[in-house]
Design a protein around this ligand. Structure first.
Ligand SMILES: [Zn+2]
Length: 465
C-alpha cells in the first residue's frame, strides 16, 4: 500500500479522453506530487493507494480540466458595453476604447474575475491574447490558481479601413517587439508550472509585416506559440483585401509564419484558397461560438471548421470575452456542436465527443502542452473537473458525454483541481475572496468609466428610475 497525496474515489463516470477514449464507471484517480499516478476502478485503486486526503466522487462525472484557448482576461469587466454592435463598431467604438481606458489595477481586477469565472466553470487552463498590462494580468490570474498562457499584445498600425485605434494603444514596431520580448523573457520560463507566455499580434489589419515577422521570430526563439485573431467577419476580410490585396490567411502564408505552433482565433470567414492553406500548414484554430453569435459575424454560416477538422487541422474552442455574455466552456462546446448541426442541416456534424475533444486534448495541443494536460492519464498533471450530477439538468444520466455537452452548463461544476491542488470546492473558490472581488469590481468600473462614454456604449433601452 502506497500513501499518496490525494485519492478521488467513487466517481460515477470518469471521462478520461485518453488515447483509447475510455470511460470508467465507479472510478478513482490517484494523485501524488501534482501528477496522476493511477486511474481505475475504485476497488482496484483502494487496494494499492491510500490518500493523505480523499475526495468523495460519488454523484459526479469527472473530466479533464477544460482548456479555453481564447479568453481576454482584461475584457472581463466589459459585460454590457458592446451589445448590438457589428464588427467595426464592436472593435473601434466599444472594445478598443474600453481597453485603452484600463489602468493596471483595472486589469488586475478583471483578470482575477476571469480566472475565477473560468475555474468555477471547469476550466483549468486558458490562453490569453494579451493586453497592455501583462504584469497586472499575471498577478490577477495567478491569484486564482488557474493555468494561463499570457501575452503582451501589440498593434503598430494606427489606421485600417475599419477605423483608427485609440492613441494609448499605438506603438512603434520596435517598441511593440521590445515589450513582447520582455513578457516572453519574464514568463515563458518563469519556473511557475501554471504560467507560460506566447507572442501575439491582435489582428492583421493593424499589424505591419515587420511586426508579424518580428513576433514570429520571438515565438521561435522562446519556443512558444504565435497567436492572432483572423477572419472573424467579412469586415476584417474585406479590410485586409482593400489594404494589402490579400485575404488574411493568404498574407500570413506569404509571410511564411503559419505552421503547427501558430494559434489562429476564429477563422470563421475563409475563401477557398485560405481553406487549402490551413489544411496544408495545420495551425491550431479556435472556434469562438458566443463571440460570433452575439455580434452576428456569420462564423457558423460560413465557417469551415468541421471540414478543416476532417482534413487533420487541430480545432479548439474559446469563450473569447465577457462582452459577448457567457464565459462558460460547457455552453461554448454545446454552441459549437449545435450551431454547425443547424447551419448544415445535419445532426451528424460535430458529435458531442468532438466538442469535448476540442476543449481538452485539442486545447492542450494548441497550448503546446499535450505531454502535460488535456486528458486524465497516468503521468499527466492532475487537472480535473468534477460535475455534480444531482441536479435536474444532469438527469437521467444515461449518456454522460451527451449530458455534458447538450444539457449541462458550467454551473454544475462542483470541484476543480489544478495539478492536484483543489481550487474549487463545492462550487466555491478556495484561493479567492469572492466577496472582496465583487466589491472591487464596481470601483474599477467607475475608475475606467470616467474615460468612456457609457451613454453611447450601453444599450439599456428601458427607463430606469
Ligand atoms: Zn478575441
Amino acid at each position: 500500500m502506497q500513501t499518496i497525496d490525494l485519492v478521488i474515489a467513487g466517481i460515477d463516470w470518469l471521462i478520461t479522453v485518453d488515447p483509447g477514449r475510455r470511460i470508467i464507471r465507479d472510478a478513482a484517480i490517484a494523485v501524488h506530487a501534482s501528477k496522476i499516478v493511477a486511474i481505475g476502478k475504485s476497488a482496484e485503486i483502494a487496494k494499492n493507494y491510500a490518500g493523505t486526503r480523499t475526495v468523495d466522487g460519488r454523484h459526479t462525472v469527472a473530466t479533464p480540466g477544460l482548456i479555453d484557448c481564447h479568453l481576454h482576461a482584461s475584457f472581463q469587466l466589459s459585460r454590457g458595453l458592446a451589445d448590438e454592435a457589428n464588427a467595426q463598431s464592436f472593435l473601434f467604438d466599444r472594445m478598443y476604447p474600453y481597453e485603452a481606458a484600463l489602468d493596471s489595477e483595472d486589469v488586475r481586477v478583471s483578470a482575477t474575475l476571469a480566472g475565477a469565472e473560468l475555474l468555477k466553470h471547469g476550466v483549468t487552463c486558458f490562453i490569453d491574447p494579451g493586453n497592455y498590462h501583462p504584469e497586472a494580468s499575471v498577478e490577477g490570474v495567478m491569484s486564482t490558481g488557474i493555468r494561463c498562457i499570457v501575452s503582451r499584445s501589440s498593434f503598430d498600425l494606427t489606421k485600417s479601413v475599419l477605423g483608427i485605434l485609440p492613441e494609448r494603444m499605438i506603438e512603434s514596431t520596435a517598441v511593440a517587439l521590445e515589450h513582447a520580448e520582455t513578457v516572453l523573457e519574464r514568463y515563458a520560463k518563469s519556473g511557475n508550472p501554471r504560467l507560460g507566455a506566447s507572442a501575439s499580434f491582435r489582428g492583421l489589419n493593424n499589424a505591419s509585416d515587420e511586426l508579424i515577422l518580428g513576433l514570429d521570430k520571438l515565438a521561435r526563439k522562446y519556443g512558444t506559440l504565435l497567436q492572432t485573431h483572423a477572419c472573424f467577419s467579412y469586415s476584417t476580410h474585406d479590410s485586409s483585401v482593400a489594404r494589402t490585396g490579400m485575404a488574411e490567411i493568404e498574407r500570413l502564408e506569404k509571410l511564411g509564419v503559419i505552421d503547427e505552433r501558430m494559434l489562429i482565433v476564429h477563422s470563421g470567414w475563409l475563401e477557398p484558397q485560405e481553406v487549402a492553406i490551413l489544411a496544408r500548414r495545420k495551425p491550431s484554430l479556435v472556434c469562438a461560438p458566443s463571440s460570433s453569435l452575439h455580434n452576428g459575424y456569420g462564423n457558423f454560416l460560413f465557417g469551415k471548421l468541421p471540414e478543416l477538422m476532417a482534413l487533420g487541422v487541430n480545432v479548439t474552442v474559446g469563450s473569447d470575452h465577457a462582452s459577448s455574455g457567457i464565459v462558460d466552456m460547457p455552453q461554448e462546446i454545446r454552441l459549437a456542436c449545435c450551431c454547425y448541426k443547424e447551419t448544415r442541416i445535419n445532426p451528424r456534424v460535430m458529435p458531442p465527443e468532438t466538442g469535448i475533444e476540442m476543449a481538452t486534448v485539442n486545447g492542450a495541443k494548441a497550448a503546446l502542452m499535450s505531454d502535460r494536460i488535456g486528458s486524465i492519464e497516468v503521468g499527466k498533471e492532475a487537472d480535473i473537473a468534477l460535475f455534480d450530477t444531482r441536479r435536474p439538468e444532469w438527469q437521467p444520466l444515461i449518456n454522460p458525454v451527451a449530458n455534458l455537452v447538450y444539457s449541462a452548463t458550467g454551473d454544475s461544476v462542483r470541484d476543480v483541481f489544478v495539478a492536484g491542488d483543489q481550487v474549487v470546492a463545492n462550487g466555491r473558490l478556495t484561493k479567492v475572496d469572492e466577496n472582496k472581488l465583487y466589491e472591487e469590481i464596481p470601483v474599477a468600473v467607475s475608475r475606467f468609466g470616467k474615460h468612456l462614454k457609457f451613454d453611447q456604449m450601453v444599450q439599456l433601452r428601458w427607463p430606469v428610475s
